[in-house]
Write a protein that binds this ligand. Structure first.
Ligand code: BGC
Length: 251
């Protein structure tokens, strides 16, 4: 089945048509800037532009940078706070005239990696971390997702939230070199390891493409691998989620 997968991020909105059977992109990837401020109305309009670009009329899967409970955004760290309490499934379906199914962006990336990427066949506990504007997390046990874990919001020993210390946005804003940032990120991984004892940690998001630049700083015992889909996991996983929802016949 072909589905339009969209990854709504703090800086860009990326979409492609995905073959959900194979996890492959069957169109080129199209990117639009995330509107500023990233209000519900502005993001819905940008999504409608994306749909028009692909001339799309079918179901849409959307990875969204917030905790999503039954189609409703419950948090808004890097988008307008007016998203909190918004039924994004409904908003985006109305704006695009297509059935839209939203889930957390890191959960989407995790679904793609567990089905087609580095997590395929992996038993035990897998933690996927997306490194971008924020730090997103997806936690799996025996292949089953525990949704909306939001572990980028854990407080570190100095009272700072992890994503305000070790995200890619912080690396850029503070002009940190890969070694200095890598040490910060490693301290976050050490915390994750001590709390969840994962069998595998997969890194997604923009920085996963640069893994070799900071891998020397990673000292955790857990195996750490960049996502097989690199930055495209979110698009693929969002499409897979929409396919699941469409076949379940849920709104
Ligand atoms: C949000 C998460 C999201 C992550 C990555 C965080 O700020 O709270 O929901 O997964 O950023 O976009």
């Amino acid at each position: 089945m072909h589905i339009l997968g969209v990854d709504i991020g703090g800086s860009g909105i990326k979409g492609a048509i995905v073959d959900t059977k194979t996890g492959e992109l069957v169109s080129e990837r199209y990117r639009l800037e995330t509107p500023k401020p990233a209000t519900p109305k502005a993001i819905a309009a940008t999504l409608a532009q994306m749909v028009a670009h692909f001339n799309w009329t079918g179901p849409i899967g959307c990875g969204f940078p917030a905790a999503i409970q039954h189609g409703v955004a419950r948090t808004a760290a890097n988008i307008s706070s007016s998203f909190i309490g918004t039924n994004v499934d409904k908003l985006f379906s109305e704006a695009t005239d297509c059935p839209c199914h939203c889930l957390n962006d890191a959960d989407a990336a995790g679904m793609a990696e567990m089905n087609f990427g580095e997590g395929k066949g992996q038993t035990g506990v897998v933690l996927l971390i997306t490194i971008g504007t924020g730090l997103g997390t997806a936690l799996f046990s025996e292949g089953k997702l525990l949704p909306n874990t939001e572990l980028g919001h854990l407080y570190l020993h100095d009272g700072k939230k992890a994503e305000h210390y070790a995200s890619d946005a912080v690396r850029k804003a503070e002009g940190l070199g890969w070694n200095r940032w890598g040490k910060r990120f490693n301290s976050y991984l050490t915390l994750m390891e001590g709390l969840f004892w994962p069998d595998l940690i997969i890194l997604g998001g923009g920085s996963s493409k640069k893994f070799t630049k900071f891998s020397k700083q990673i000292t955790v015992e857990t195996t750490v691998k960049p996502a097989a889909f690199l930055n495209q996991a979110g698009i693929v996983g969002a499409a897979m989620y929409a396919q699941l929802k469409s076949t379940q016949g849920e709104g």
